[in-house]
Unconditional design. Structure first.
Length: 59
């Protein structure tokens, strides 16, 4: 049995029309999906990769 993911809007993006990504964290992976297509595919990243990505986006 799987547990439902708690998705939240990723707000590090610019002001170009609202949030475009949602994120759900889990100890084994960080899941990312398009907020405009929540039923579409989601990308699963190892937590270390997500940390490296957000460090670059914040610059």
């Amino acid at each position: 049995m799987s547990t439902a993911r708690a998705w939240f809007e990723y707000s590090r993006g610019g002001d170009g029309g609202g949030a475009c990504a949602e994120v759900a964290a889990h100890p084994a992976a960080v899941h990312v999906r398009d907020s405009r297509n929540p039923e579409g595919p989601a990308l699963a990243l190892p937590p270390a990769a997500w940390t490296a990505f957000t460090a670059c986006v914040g610059r």
